[in-house]
Design a protein around this ligand. Structure first.
Ligand code: GRG
Length: 333
């Protein structure tokens, strides 16, 4: 999913080289004396992933376009963020009993829940170790971000199978579970570049708004995209009782009462087809995409205090692409 979203960052002068550096540090960070733990901890890292968050750390470092690109510390900071991302996916797949991730078996499907939880913990520990090597501020920031991820996930959990879920609680949940990590990826790049505080805050604001747009679009795509496009089963959120923005808008639409009658508990296959049909055919998807557009505008505005250069253009282009891709997939669905 989100094919090509990293392209603007990879097309920068140092982009491909920075991706290679990120991958090398990422792989070596999960090598242990225990062959089995190394295999399990590397599983999703080797399976793929866009590495968007570490690429953001590198780009944030380079926002004034230094000739040599990102420093080793910026790469390490990005790797710490990616390890949190991957660790949270291990845990998320246990919670959701998911079988597939990054188009391969999930860790829990291959080795069981206990191994997946422990390996996820191990990835968080490695992330913390790397963050600590970058100083107290980065270590504290990463720790509080892990806390925000958990808070966002807990808000979501409390609202499972609740058709009365409010948009405010939906937004608070995605703020914690997704936007916080993008904000931190950008912030770490700015911190290790020793940028002035207002610039670090502007990068953080960019990452936060980008992350909000990203998750809204991720939720739209779960509703409209195919299993092949997603690399995991489609309509998963609805099945799991996670009612996201397109569903919440549809509940307020003309077929809202019928949809509400179907939701609130596990769905039989026929009821699932009806429910997802209502969401796809109404204006809930379009309304959610308007919200995503607003966050993209906020992300671009946050970059306005920086000079025009290839790095700032690439960050703005990446934000634009999130919603453009979603509109293309939605139009073709
Ligand atoms: C253990 C840190 C920790 C947290 C526990 C399980 C949990 C609380 C949080 C999970 C939050 C979660 C899974 C959010 C979804 C984030 C998301 C949009 C993932 C997909 O990101 P992409 O599309 O995936 O960037 P790739 O594979 O490219 O990295």
């Amino acid at each position: 999913m989100f094919v090509g979203l990293s392209d603007p960052l990879l097309q920068l002068a140092h982009g491909e080289r920075e991706l290679e550096r990120i991958d090398a540090v990422l792989r070596s960070s999960v090598e242990t004396g225990d062959e089995f733990l190394t295999q399990v901890a590397s599983h999703l890292i080797l399976a793929g992933g866009k590495r968007l968050r570490p690429l953001f750390s590198a780009a944030a470092f380079s926002v004034m376009d230094p000739p040599d690109g990102a420093s080793d510390d910026a790469i390490k900071g990005g790797v710490a963020v990616e390890l949190v991302q991957v660790g949270s996916l291990y845990h998320d797949d246990v919670m959701d009993e998911a079988d597939m991730r990054r188009s391969v078996d999930s860790v829990n499907a291959r080795w069981g829940n206990l191994t997946a939880i422990l390996a996820g913990d191990f990835l968080l520990a490695k992330a913390s170790e790397i963050a600590a090597s970058l100083g107290v501020e980065v270590a504290g920031l990463l720790a509080s971000t892990i806390g925000q991820l958990c808070e966002g996930q807990v808000i979501e959990l409390q609202d499972v199978f609740n058709p009365g879920r409010t948009m405010d609680r939906y937004l608070r949940s995605i703020d914690g579970k997704t936007a916080a990590l993008y904000a931190t990826a950008c912030r770490i790049g700015g911190i290790v570049a020793d940028l002035p505080r207002p610039q670090i805050d502007a990068l953080t604001a960019y990452g936060h708004s980008f992350g909000m747009a990203f998750q809204v679009v991720d939720d739209v795509l779960d509703t409209v995209a195919t299993e092949e496009q997603l690399g995991k089963p489609a309509g998963h959120d609805l099945i799991e009782g996670v009612y996201t923005l397109p569903v919440l808008h549809s509940l307020e639409g003309p077929d809202g009462a019928e949809l509400k009658g179907l939701l609130g508990g596990p769905l039989e296959p026929a009821a699932f087809d009806t429910a997802i049909g209502i969401v796809r055919s109404g204006d809930g998807v379009a309304k959610a995409l308007v919200t995503a557009d607003e966050y993209v505008s906020d992300a671009i505005d946050a970059m306005s205090s920086f000079p025009d250069n290839p790095v700032t253009s690439a960050l703005k282009d990446t934000a634009q692409l999130v919603v453009e891709q979603a509109r293309q997939i939605t139009a073709a669905a």
